[in-house]
Write a protein that binds this ligand. Structure first.
Ligand code: NZQ
Ligand code: ZN
Length: 391
């Protein structure tokens, strides 16, 4: 077992009607002036923004609002938020939405608390030294940003989607009412479930010794999400299923399922970021589209790990590890199809040209400066091959 630090400082307030506690939670943080940050229309249409603002008013907290965050959140909106926060002397950013809104809030927090251009932190030119405190009222179970150390922003100039990971941006609190996710379209629910499982799968497919407890938690999480994603297809307002999936979203990306390992193989996420940056697809769908090709490309590096996944997740009885591994990959793709997720770029609605494949592969490798993944090191030629397999 590898040594590890486990740091999960976010206070979780989970359950029905919990959004009414937002004002109290913000006050607890000592904030006096808040930016309420949100997305396109769902949080306005459901009345959630009004309820959250009401709860701030009841605690006597001043606030400004800034909506319009889009999926694959844009740098231009982040810059707008930074300017507004500076002008209004905002000292707390409250994200009301999903991963895109929370990530935009985190980027604003970095931008306000540090000098210079915020994109430098995403372009890996500098490391932030501070962040405004962030809180979240979650409306979609998916990215896990409510408990993660990560923020992913897309720079419209060049279609670059890049992440910045530091503990500074971890949410002070996360309000999670599963009822708020009833209004999600099925496609978004399933994209979210795919992303949740992938945050654990990317940690599970590692090159470390097995850790029994971490593996057990991971397998339970994946099976739970799989089961409830199917129930939600038929019963989108099943509270129990919404709750299981919502809690899984946080546990899957707060590092719990990586304890004691080398941290895992994040190649699929990096490959997806280039698809999202170029084609603006939903993150979870992009992951599903590339996973099977990635798995076929790398499984021989550690067939016993893929075989364990196949046996413990899909109850595959095959005794030969390589055959079991392939059967597990096929079973995962069957699952994706059963919930309406794509298993290749074509099903994602993309017919990538060779030129586009090369561009994504170059960007993924930072133009030859890095490789991604641990099971196999993926540089530009390998990334291009995986994109081709998935095309
Ligand atoms: O803008 P609105 O109208 O709210 O619509 C959103 C959006 O179109 C809608 N939605 C959200 N809650 C809803 C709802 N519609 C109806 N009812 C509700 N209750 O859902 C759509 C998707 O929202 P978004 O926030 O984009 O989804 P998600 O949470 O999947 O976030 C995706 C972003 O997070 C990044 C992804 O790359 C992507 O940019 N990620 C962030 C991570 C992190 N910070 O730790 C890790 C992930 O791996 C991921 O990369
Ligand atoms: Zn993800």
């Amino acid at each position: 077992m590898n040594n590890f630090n486990y740091y999960a400082p976010t206070k979780v307030v989970f359950g029905k009607d919990t959004e009414k506690e937002t004002g109290r939670l913000v006050k607890e943080q000592g904030a006096s002036s808040v930016l309420v940050h949100f997305g396109g229309k769902s949080a306005i249409a459901s009345g959630l923004i009004d309820r959250v603002c009401q709860s701030l008013k009841e605690e006597g907290i001043a606030y400004e609002t800034l909506g319009g965050v889009v999926p694959n959140p844009r740098l231009s909106k982040v810059r707008e938020g930074i300017a507004l926060c500076r002008e209004k002397k905002i000292d707390f950013v409250l994200a009301v939405g999903g991963g895109s809104v929370i990530d935009s809030a985190k980027a604003i927090g970095y931008g306000v608390a540090n000098e210079g251009d915020v994109w430098d932190f995403y372009a890996k030119k500098r490391v932030p030294t501070a962040c405004l405190p962030i809180g979240a009222v979650l409306t979609i179970a998916a990215a896990g940003s409510e408990m993660s150390n990560s923020s992913v922003i897309t720079n419209e100039d060049g279609g670059l989607k890049r992440g910045c990971n530091t503990d500074l941006c971890r949410c002070r609190f996360a309000v999670m009412n599963p009822e708020l996710t009833y209004t999600l379209p099925d496609y978004q629910t399933q994209c979210g479930c795919t992303d949740i499982m992938m945050h654990t799968m990317e940690r599970y497919f590692n090159m470390s010794e097995n850790m029994e407890l971490t593996d057990g938690i991971s397998e339970a999480l994946i099976k739970t999400v799989m089961k409830h994603s199917k129930i939600l297809k038929e019963h989108p307002d099943c509270y129990e299923s919404r709750a299981e999936v919502m809690w899984a979203s946080s546990l899957s990306h707060n590092d719990l399922t990586g304890c004691g390992t080398d941290g895992g193989d994040w190649a699929c996420h990096q490959l997806e970021h280039e698809i999202g940056g170029m084609f603006d697809v939903a993150h979870g769908a992009g992951l599903a589209a590339v996973w099977g090709s990635w798995a076929r490309y790398v499984y021989k590096a550690r067939p016993e790990r893929f075989a364990k996944f196949a046996r413990n997740i899909f109850n595959i009885q095959e005794t030969d590890d390589e055959k079991a591994a392939v059967a597990g990959i096929e079973a995962m793709e069957d699952y994706y199809r059963s919930v309406g997720m794509p298993t290749n770029l074509c099903e994602l609605g993309i017919d990538a040209t060779e030129e586009q494949i090369k561009e994504m592969a170059d960007k993924c490798s930072f133009y030859g400066k890095r490789t991604v993944g641990v099971m196999k090191k993926i540089g530009a030629p390998e990334a291009a091959e995986i994109y081709r397999m998935s095309n």
